[in-house]
Design a protein around this ligand. Structure first.
Ligand SMILES: *[C@@H]1O[C@H](CO)[C@@H](O)[C@H](O)[C@H]1NC(C)=O
Ligand SMILES: *[C@@H]1O[C@H](CO)[C@@H](O)[C@H](O)[C@H]1NC(C)=O
Ligand SMILES: *[C@@H]1O[C@H](CO)[C@@H](O)[C@H](O)[C@H]1NC(C)=O
Ligand SMILES: *[C@@H]1O[C@H](CO)[C@@H](O)[C@H](O)[C@H]1NC(C)=O
Ligand SMILES: *[C@@H]1O[C@H](CO)[C@@H](O)[C@H](O)[C@H]1NC(C)=O
Ligand SMILES: *[C@@H]1O[C@H](CO)[C@@H](O)[C@H](O)[C@H]1NC(C)=O
Ligand SMILES: *[C@@H]1O[C@H](CO)[C@@H](O)[C@H](O)[C@H]1NC(C)=O
Ligand SMILES: *[C@@H]1O[C@H](CO)[C@@H](O)[C@H](O)[C@H]1NC(C)=O
Ligand SMILES: *[C@@H]1O[C@H](CO)[C@@H](O)[C@H](O)[C@H]1NC(C)=O
Length: 845
């Protein structure tokens, strides 16, 4: 079998090679200039453009060529590799001639005697040879057995005129004889919904089993099939079918007429099978109706006068519609592709209603989001960008269909969750000198549309779109700068285009006002950028003015824009610094625990109140411990925004209580010093421990509660601490500064008091000395605990200061232990005692 098959192919190849050689020989022998001195130069037969595109051959298969991009003008003669050719005049199937819809002419070629004739241009689709109609062309047969054509731009892409070197068919029309006379043997078709005034659009004539001849009525009133162009969505259907070529007279007998449906910009964009028509005595018509070539379409019925001959009427184009569908649960990229393709297939001259565009956009963005959701992890940035390009392109195309011709000015707007659109059109009779600013929620544009319209015969339109989710596709990282910075999208992505406007040259720069959608970092630098296929670039755009809430960008061209902020990359988390931090904090924690243990276990001499000291240790120990744990498990905690905020609240509370207790300690010391000079009241218990505890913790709690109440969003920064921006940090630094200031005043007072008491020799010397020591210890503690935070203010990225801050802050525990335990005689004695006990215990064992 295989052998036979191979042999067959070989034979075929040989035959086609032979043919090719033959044709070549023929071509060489026949290509001779036809122009002679006597040629009439106004005759297209001698004044044509040679069109030798071998790809037009009907033996060529599918390609993407499209004749709409050619600027056609005048008459053409076709060749294929130098061999004279003609446009086929019999049906050509789809995807031939290097295009998708292969255009052929209907009605055969004329003879030389016929002169110039007009022929319909058809493209095969569905089940019908003339499913797509293009604008008719003029054809002339020339002496010397060739043809010339006055070609025009076809109605749709992708389509192209075919070329064939075979035989042409004659124009002979076969006469039609019908018996019995259909004028007296017809079916009555009284469907009031066929009325040309019915704008419902649900009916379709395809499922009807048509057979024989019909006479139309509307509610009993005699009617006929419309013979002038009918707009879409009339006659109870979408594509309202009308007949082209006018109605015949009684003496014409039975004639055949094309059936057309309006779409795009051409009254016969869609063609259905031709039908037979007969005029009957008594002023009515009968039709041999057949099943139309496509749904949703139906024959139109009209009761008004018929027109005698073919007329081209451009229908009002406001109610035109398209049929875009999306499969249920469309999540696959293929399905989305299909949707986008359908949108891209909309002819750009079409006008759609706001509702239609809204529906399609909703579908497209819904599908787009679903696809991103379902494959977000696996999509590479390049894919995202190309997907973004696609979405931009299709939505621009779709939005351009909102532009409709206007005499003065008009505007259309729509808003979806994903996109907001403003379209403004001006016409020749516009009286405005400046169009109003076009606004979306977070952006607006000023454009000199009037000036642009002057360059476009008075008409122009601008479409302004704000995409709220586009930054997920066109990421700010696509902004490639030489500086290694963090890029943040500061505005929504916006697009401005001049749809259906030929001369898009700007007369003045366009100015965009972009509201900042994120916190503006005063240290960051802002760039107005536009999207060029795969990256954000700056060329032609500049920042006109800026403040913390919005930025005005000025650009000398239109496209897709955004505002990107660059901030310096946060210092790479230094692993050495991290280790140092970890060790320091752990050492600090150990000493905190030791100090706490000492305070709790050791018996102090009466009169020394260590409640405050114990509580400072508890607060700071817990604070440091929580801080350490949070930083170690930051990756786990950060995603839980509420937990993160709660932790920063608790930290705020603990650090603040540390400071409040420090203040209490100073107050106690102050009271103690004052009591020195008033020996009589010495024995009085200063303040009860319970009362102190209430004060110590309530103050901090109140501050935190007020902060939460006023600015709950201030908690939960990157490091689960208070956010540094917008001054939230003052909810911590404010109270700290107040306490430090009060402490300062207290200490000055204490020192003055001590000095004056020193002069008073009544005071007991040992008591004096102890108090003095105590004062200096507390002062030192105040300096170390308080000033380390003040230092934190000034680090500002300076490494040495940062390390100093880190050490001072983490060693608060060590310091307290050193000052209150190691340097304290009493405690040292206690330690020695404990130590001896331990040793003895071990010896006795
Ligand atoms: C159009 O449809 C509506 C609702 O489906 C119906 O009430 C109305 O009668 C229809 N109009 C015509 C002319 O059929
Ligand atoms: C009327 O036409 C139908 C077919 O359209 C045919 O079957 C029938 O015989 C005709 N009736 C007469 C009376 O000729
Ligand atoms: C869009 O048009 C192209 C040809 O122009 C056709 O091949 C394709 O099937 C169309 N797509 C849809 C979804 O209609
Ligand atoms: C778009 O998605 C939303 C929620 O995902 C849904 O409520 C809405 O019906 C969808 N719209 C369309 C037109 O599919
Ligand atoms: C945009 O701003 C520039 C500079 O202020 C100005 O010259 C230009 O006219 C403005 N463009 C429009 C359309 O207002
Ligand atoms: C970014 O620009 C630099 C040169 O400035 C170039 O070497 C690099 O390849 C670019 N990166 C990307 C992703 O385009
Ligand atoms: C990039 O770096 C250069 C010098 O290194 C500096 O002049 C420029 O301002 C920087 N640009 C940004 C956006 O930071
Ligand atoms: C506008 O910006 C704000 C932030 O400033 C944002 O919350 C909001 O969602 C934006 N609105 C739209 C429609 O983009
Ligand atoms: C946009 O990108 C293309 C290809 O990357 C490049 O050829 C073109 O010059 C760019 N346009 C501008 C204005 O930079």
């Amino acid at each position: 079998m295989a052998f036979i098959h191979k042999g067959f192919i070989k034979a075929q190849t040989l035959i086609s090679v032979n043919q090719y050689v033959l044709r070549l020989i023929l071509a060489i022998s026949t290509v001779t200039p036809v122009t002679t001195a006597t040629a009439n130069f106004s005759d297209p037969c001698y004044n044509y453009i040679v069109l030798d595109n071998p790809w037009r051959s009907i033996s060529n298969s599918y390609n993407t060529t499209c004749d709409t991009s050619v600027s056609w003008s005048g008459w053409y003669r076709l060749f294929i590799n130098g061999l004279s050719a003609h446009i086929p005049d019999t049906c050509v199937t789809r995807q031939r001639c290097g295009t998708d819809y292969s255009l052929w002419i209907r009605g055969g070629h004329p003879t030389v005697e016929d002169g110039v004739v007009t022929r319909d241009v058809c493209g095969y689709a569905g089940s019908y040879c003339c499913y797509y109609g293009s604008y008719p062309i003029k054809v002339k047969a020339c002496p010397g057995n060739y043809y010339v054509y006055e070609l025009v731009s076809p109605t749709l892409c992708n389509s192209a005129y075919c070329a064939d070197t075979g035989n042409v068919t004659s124009t002979a029309v076969t006469p039609v004889t019908i018996s019995p006379d259909p004028c007296y043997n017809y079916t009555v078709l009284d469907n009031p919904w066929r009325s040309i005034n019915n704008t419902n659009n649900t009916m379709c004539d395809q499922p009807v089993s048509w057979s024989g001849w019909y006479r139309l009525f509307i509610n009993g009133l005699s009617a006929h099939v419309a013979d002038t162009c009918v707009a879409q969505q009339r006659c109870g259907t979408y594509y309202s079918l009308w007949i082209r070529g006018g109605h015949p007279t009684v003496k014409d007998g039975v004639v055949t007429r094309d059936v057309c449906g309006y779409a795009g910009s051409f009254c016969c964009f869609y063609g259905s099978f031709p039908i037979k028509v007969k005029a009957c005595p008594g002023n009515y018509y009968v039709y041999e109706l057949v099943r139309p070539a496509f749904c949703n379409s139906a024959y139109c019925a009209d009761v008004t006068d018929i027109s005698a001959a073919f007329t081209t009427v451009t229908p009002e184009t406001t109610s035109a519609g398209i049929n875009i569908t999306l499969q249920e649960g469309c999540t696959s990229p293929n399905c989305f592709e299909n949707l986008l393709e359908q949108i891209e297939n909309i002819t750009s001259s079409q006008v759609l209603s706001v509702t239609t565009v809204t529906n399609i956009l909703t579908m497209a963005f819904n599908a787009s989001e679903k696809i991103l959701d379902s494959s977000s992890s696996s999509v590479s940035p390049t894919e995202l960008a190309s997907h973004g390009n696609r979405v931009l392109k299709t939505s621009e195309k779709l939005i351009s269909t909102l532009v409709k011709p206007t005499d003065t000015s008009d505007n259309v707007s729509l808003a979806l969750a994903a996109v907001e659109v403003e379209v403004f059109m001006v016409g020749p009779s516009v009286t405005l000198t400046k169009i109003p600013r076009l606004d979306t929620t977070n952006s607006s544009v000023d454009i000199d549309l009037i000036g642009i319209a002057k360059n476009n015969k008075g008409s122009a339109a601008v479409a302004f779109m704000g995409y709220n989710t586009m930054e997920n596709l066109l990421k700010p990282d696509f902004f490639n700068t030489s500086n290694d910075t963090v890029k943040t999208m500061m505005s929504t992505v916006i697009s401005a285009t001049l749809p259906k406007t030929n001369n898009t040259k700007l007369t003045k720069p366009v100015n965009f006002t972009l509201k900042h959608i994120r916190e503006f970092d005063p240290n960051g630098s802002l760039s107005c950028v536009y999207w060029n296929i795969s990256e954000w670039i700056v060329d032609g755009c500049s920042v006109l003015e800026t403040n913390s809430n919005y930025t005005v960008c000025s650009c000398v061209h239109l496209s897709t824009f955004a505002l990107i902020m660059q901030t310096s990359r946060p210092a790479e988390s230094d692993s050495q610094l991290d280790l140092l931090n970890l060790v320091c904090v752990i050492v600090g924690l150990v000493f905190f625990s030791l100090a706490l243990l000492t305070f709790a276990l050791c018996q102090w001499s009466p009169g020394v109140n260590n409640v405050a000291r114990i509580n400072i240790c508890i607060s700071l120990l817990l604070a440091h411990l929580l801080f350490l744990l949070t930083q170690q498990f930051l990756d786990l905690i950060r995603p839980q925004q509420v937990l993160c905020a709660a932790i920063s609240g608790v930290l705020h509370f603990l650090f603040l209580s540390g400071f409040v207790w420090m203040f209490i300690e100073a107050v106690l010391l102050f009271i103690c010093v004052r009591n020195l000079s008033q020996i009589s009241s010495k024995k009085r218990e200063v303040l009860s421990t319970g009362f102190l505890c209430v004060i110590g913790y309530t103050v901090a709690l109140v501050v935190v509660a007020v902060s939460v109440g006023l600015l709950p969003e201030g908690y939960g920064s990157e490091h689960c601490w208070i956010k540094m921006d917008k001054g939230f940090i003052w909810s911590f630094l404010g109270p700290v500064c107040v306490i430090l200031a009060l402490n300062m005043i207290l200490f000055i007072n204490i020192i003055i008091k001590l000095n004056s008491t020193l002069k008073n020799l009544n005071a007991e010397v040992s008591q004096m000395k102890q108090t003095k020591i105590m004062t200096f210890k507390t002062l030192a503690q105040f300096v170390v605990l308080g000033c380390s935070w003040i230092l934190g203010f000034f680090t500002n990225g300076r490494k040495e200061l940062e390390i100093l801050f880190l050490i001072l802050n983490s060693q608060q525990g060590t310091f307290i232990f050193l000052v209150y335990c190691v340097l304290n005689n009493e405690v040292r004695q206690q330690y020695r005692k404990c130590f001896r006990c331990l040793c003895c215990g071990r010896k006795q064992h």
